[in-house]
Design a protein around this ligand. Sequence first.
Ligand SMILES: Nc1nc2c(ncn2[C@@H]2O[C@H](COP(=O)(O)OP(=O)(O)OP(=O)(O)O)[C@@H](O)[C@H]2O)c(=O)[nH]1
Ligand SMILES: [Mg+2]
Length: 223
Amino acid sequence: MEIKIVRQIMEWNEDCHDEIQTLLNKKGIFMINVMGSPGGGKTSFITKLIENLRKDYRIGVIEGDIAGKIDAEKIAFMGIPVVQLNTEGACHIEAMSIKNILPEFNLEALDILIVENIGNLVCPAEFQIGEHLKVALLSIPEGDDKIEKYPLMFTKADALVLSKYDLKSYFQFDENRVESREKQVNPNTQIFKVNSITGEGIDKFTIWLKEEIKKRITKAKEE
Ligand SMILES: Nc1nc2c(ncn2[C@@H]2O[C@H](COP(=O)(O)OP(=O)(O)OP(=O)(O)O)[C@@H](O)[C@H]2O)c(=O)[nH]1
Ligand SMILES: [Mg+2]
């Protein structure tokens, strides 16, 4: 079976990922790729995370959507620099798009760049976009079988955020099933339980993220 075209795109994309990382490392910017299903709670999670981080870090956001600027408007409303990327049909963001968008930001005035990927559990997992960290959201109403059905997303994730955790009592969601499956596909993934309406659980994620950023800075100094 021929998969040439896909392979070429992946190789090309991989180069671009490295190029972006080199630039971001030079500027001291930490990039986070937030992925998950449509409506899984990505924007809500990002806004709560920004509230926690903004006193210590200068944050920028790239909002990925197939169309429109609804999410970018929510971020702009917070006074955070944001660019909306419309993929016009593509189900994931590619590194080249990020590279093209970076000049839209004042990179000297950024510590963290958060990218909200296109709502999809499949394609975004396949493409590196220059990020230092991948966060996968799985909301309670989506069901506890998603790691088995969409393993790549959860294999690649550095953090698994169980979002809409406040809805747990309304759904037959077996948390142990999710946790044990995640351990099988990626024993290094950190699991967090959050309610992005009240902000419950975001503090724990923030503490972990700050540690990851520190580790990256130490590593960059050694390089
Ligand atoms: N109860 C509850 N609702 C939530 C939570 N997080 C998000 N929601 C709701 O879920 C809906 C979708 O949230 P968004 O944050 O827009 O989800 P998204 O993943 O950014 O959606 P797309 O960008 O369209 O893929 C909204 O109505 C939110 O208010 C949560 O933790 N608990
Ligand atoms: Mg969104």
